[in-house]
Write a protein that binds this ligand. Sequence first.
Ligand SMILES: Cc1cc2nc3c(=O)[nH]c(=O)nc-3n(C[C@H](O)[C@H](O)[C@H](O)COP(=O)(O)OP(=O)(O)OC[C@H]3O[C@@H](n4cnc5c(N)ncnc54)[C@H](O)[C@@H]3O)c2cc1C
Ligand SMILES: [Zn+2]
Length: 582
Amino acid sequence: MGTEVLWGDAEIERERVKHLDAIADARRDASLAAACEMATAGGGVLAAAAAAKKRKEKPLSGKELEILESAKVVMWAYNAPLRQISTRYQRYTAEDIESARERLVAAPTTPSPPSTRGGTTNDVDAGGARGDAACEPPSDGEDEPVDLSDGLVVGGYRGLVVERAAEGVDVRLNQIVTSVSYARPGPATMDAEVKKKKTGSRFPRRCHAAAVDESKSAAWARDPGPPRCVVTTATGEKHACDYVVIALPLGVLQRRAARSTVEFEPELSESKRRAIACVGMGVENKVIMRFDEVFWPRRAKFFQCTDQRFRFLNLHAYGKQNTLCAHVAPPFGEGFDGMTDEEVLTEVIGTLRRMFKKNNAAASTRAKLLDHRVTRWGEDPFSCGAYSYMRVGSTKADIDALRAPEHDDRVHFAGEACSVEGAQCVHGALLTGQGAAAAILRACGAAVDPSALLGGDVGLSSDDADPAAFNGDGDDVGPPESWAQCAIAQCGRWRRVPVHIPAESLPDDWTCGDCHWHEGIREHACAAPQEPWPDLPGWDDDDEASVMSAKAVWNAWTHTWKKEAEEKKSGKRGHARDWLSG
Ligand SMILES: Cc1cc2nc3c(=O)[nH]c(=O)nc-3n(C[C@H](O)[C@H](O)[C@H](O)COP(=O)(O)OP(=O)(O)OC[C@H]3O[C@@H](n4cnc5c(N)ncnc54)[C@H](O)[C@@H]3O)c2cc1C
Ligand SMILES: [Zn+2]
């Protein structure tokens, strides 16, 4: 038990110290524990209260000290000890709340929430520790105040996000990835170079370059070959693919457990490795208990106590009969001091009985435990912890580096640790995942419709989220792309070629029916309308009527073939992959 995942003596700790030594001057930082000690701004209200009391020469009573220490755990130290958490965490949280407040006041409408089958109730802080994210912008009478506090997902995430995100995707469960490699195929690049010299231009004569970012398009033109990634699993299976999204937990990227470690070939960049080492992976655990009767207040949603190890979520109030969930903070919650489940339960229930012995003595001693579940996320080799935290010495730049794609933008990264606004949380994992997917789609030349995403454009970069680009009237967004013209004279329509397909590789007699990267155009062939795009020959910005009608025709057709594809999918799943496979 607990031997499979390395914590204190892991190589990652030595690496972290090495990285921080190298940048010690630029990264001067203090822990929240030190900040509280000094009663500086980092300690906030709590430290100020303690300091005020001190000034009056009246030391805090034992009980007051206990409450103060427990409050620190609730506010900050729920997944890592205070001495390991950077003061920057408190500052960034405050900045986030401030900017969210400004955005909400400026534009009070928020994206409409996704329809849910899971169901949420937003009157409780499910983490029990993130209540500080709640804020109400000042109302000027017209704007409804927006509640930014957490919600409790009572029906699980399956219906809420998982099923919707996995729609049409070929998901293989229980596959352990052991390596992700990336290589540019040499010969294809050589061929392209030779062809380019022959034609004397970046693109062959019959392809119209609608590239907008000259520096980027030049880079792609230099290397138009299709680079390939290979994902290898523990059974030796190899999956060749154009792009990879790595959504591994930070603790796994930190190589804390041999069983889940993934090798990258070539090695990840210096900034990525530094970020992986410097950002912290914390541990929080839960002890879920069902009793034969309720001996705590039935309606209260959350109980706090002065035992710093525990906080309690009253699941009984949410329809889970006679059930309580203890959130267990480190250091005890990290590995439960090596205790067995039974020993852990004795500790938790002992605290509970002491909490309620006054107002419900008989029931609290009489109540019998029916079932229980003790989580051990720190010891799970495929989690290596619960979720990330801003460790002393890490900065926002590390989070950006964690999220940045590697290997010529073929290997993308997502997950809660890659998120600034959604760090530690499910929405951070979801939004960074959608952001990575959108970036890949755009790189393939496909437009991203933000309204089709959970949370709208919240997690997208400004380029990926531009609705103008989706409607075909953006003129300065998106990756460089080229276009191919149908060889059938009566048609002559231009079709967008995604970046991973070298335009040079298309034959001279290429027609709309050969558009293998776009299912709709391939099937409808020359009957498919031409996508409206300002840089294409024949486009006249001044002719508003024809521009409008071209867009209307294209949008209507897009809608039709997508519906067709969906209907077909009900018989044949997984077609969405065809879209991307060059
Ligand atoms: C006790 C506890 C309380 C929490 N409370 C809240 C809360 O109140 N609110 C909130 O929003 N969030 C909460 N979270 C955090 C939330 O669960 C995470 O932020 C979220 O699950 C992160 O999603 P992810 O996709 O980044 O990583 P994960 O959900 O960890 O997914 C990573 C996946 O990678 C897989 N994997 C690992 N190694 C390999 C490998 N080698 N090959 C293949 N697959 C691999 C794992 O099996 C896992 O399925 C809590 C977490 C814990 C543990
Ligand atoms: Zn055609």
